[in-house]
Design a protein. Structure first.
Length: 422
């Protein structure tokens, strides 16, 4: 009997281009097919669509789904995911095409072809693909995000994708009832860092916002449109924030998707109250009006690489009573990371010192170090551990910890294929 194989096509010792191919005796199943977004988008190793039996998308972030339409230029492969993942992927890929179309090897029609081959699944559901089964588990990362366990007759491999082992206001923590495993492909984004205690973080965040309001300032919160914007709104509603809150940009469209999939949320009533508390911007006249009075503005892009957050930042940065509170991960080299580290920002074409208060709050939707360690420690069946989806030091840090705790560990390279004994 042929051994189950795992091939790493992307997302190795880096964040971006997540793509893992699982091969059984009969089935070839692609887990994610994402992009890395720099000045020019880059892609995982190519896989011929005619050789695939199924594609699985774990969630709608572009680093996990942004290359998938390439497979549907001529391909007709079933693609499995939760319904919310398809809705969010469509929003984000459409925006990606709008911003980066010149560089992309696919078009809007290819994205629509991908969606037309969608097969919606639910948490806990097990899908059969030839001699393999694929089981979907909540990952706690964003709306509709999944982990998957792929099994054949002798072996089982876990792919965590992006996971969060702590509850948030929006989502329940990751389901870690994996069963016995022979291999575990696990993210390591924050394998060397701990996140702050969420309740203390929330209280500190709200207190800082009140200080901005009391000095008659405006607080801009650049936030990812999918997940982070909605979490921030829930925090403000939870603590009864009393000043005006405005949501702008693609976060407004994402909010509509969340309302369609309330069953995936931890506290649907809190979320509905949070949306009712906020004003949704629909035009430039409103944008100019909200810049005239104290309040909070939540707008993408979270790393200040574009979007309406840049429009607001340029107009708020020079006044010391205002604030720019970063709540999303800041990739090195992005305007948000430069602002965080130097206090400088490009304002109307010139790099200037920001006079507004700048602070970073760690509202991560990934597991921190202790959550990853706990997950690995509790694996059943002594699986081989493959840390991916992290910078080189993070992947190595998690690999070293797993090895010290008695588990076989492999740091894969792009293009490597590993046999998984049962």
């Amino acid at each position: 009997m042929e051994a189950l194989k795992v091939k790493f096509l992307g997302g190795v010792e880096a964040i971006g281009k997540s793509a893992v191919l699982v091969e059984t005796g009969e089935a070839r199943i692609l887990l994610d097919y994402g992009v890395a977004i720099d000045h020019v988008p880059s892609f995982p190793m190519h896989v011929p669509p005619k050789d695939l039996d199924a594609v699985v998308l774990t969630h709608g972030h572009l680093d996990h789904c942004g290359a998938t339409p390439i497979l549907y230029i001529r391909g007709r492969i079933p693609v499995y995911a939760l319904p919310a993942t398809f809705d969010l992927a469509e929003i984000l890929i459409k925006d990606f095409l709008r911003l980066s179309g010149y560089y992309l090897p696919y078009e809007f029609l290819d994205m629509r072809s991908m969606i037309s081959h969608s097969v919606p699944v639910k948490y806990g559901e097990e899908v059969r693909v030839k001699d393999a089964t694929v089981r979907f588990l909540n990952s706690g990362h964003i709306l509709g995000s999944s982990q998957v366990v792929v099994r054949d007759k002798t072996s089982a491999v876990l792919y965590t994708s992006d996971m969060n082992t702590a509850d948030t206001n929006l989502l329940r923590m990751a389901d870690r009832d994996y069963g016995d495993l022979d291999a575990a492909v696990i993210e390591s984004t924050y394998a060397l860092e701990e996140h702050p205690v969420r309740e203390e973080l929330e209280k500190s965040f709200v207190a800082r916002l009140y200080r901005v309001m009391e000095r008659r300032g405006i607080a801009l919160i650049p936030a990812f449109s999918v997940g982070r914007s909605q979490e921030i709104l829930c925090v403000l509603e939870k603590y009864g924030f009393e000043y005006p809150v405005t949501v702008d940009g693609m976060a407004v469209e994402a909010n509509e998707v969340f309302l369609k999939h309330l069953e995936n949320l931890r506290d649907p009533e809190l979320f509905k109250r949070a949306l009712g508390m906020a004003d949704w911007v629909s035009g430039w006249k409103e944008r100019k009006a909200i810049l005239k009075k104290p309040g909070v503005i939540v707008a993408p892009a979270g790393m200040l690489r574009g979007g309406l957050a840049v429009f607001y930042a340029e107009r708020l940065a020079r006044a010391p009573q205002n604030a720019i509170f970063l709540v999303s991960f800041q990739i090195p080299g992005t305007p948000g990371r430069v602002l965080q580290e130097t206090g400088m920002f490009m304002i109307h074409g010139k790099t200037r010192k920001v006079e507004a208060e700048v602070h970073k709050f760690d509202f991560s939707s990934h597991s921190g170090m202790s959550g990853l360690h706990e997950t690995v420690k509790n694996f059943r069946g002594s699986p081989t551990v493959f840390p991916i989806h992290g910078e080189k030091q993070s992947c190595r840090g998690l690999a070293d910890w797993a090895r010290e705790n008695g588990l076989k560990t492999v740091l894969p390279r792009i293009g490597d294929t590993y046999e998984v004994p049962g």
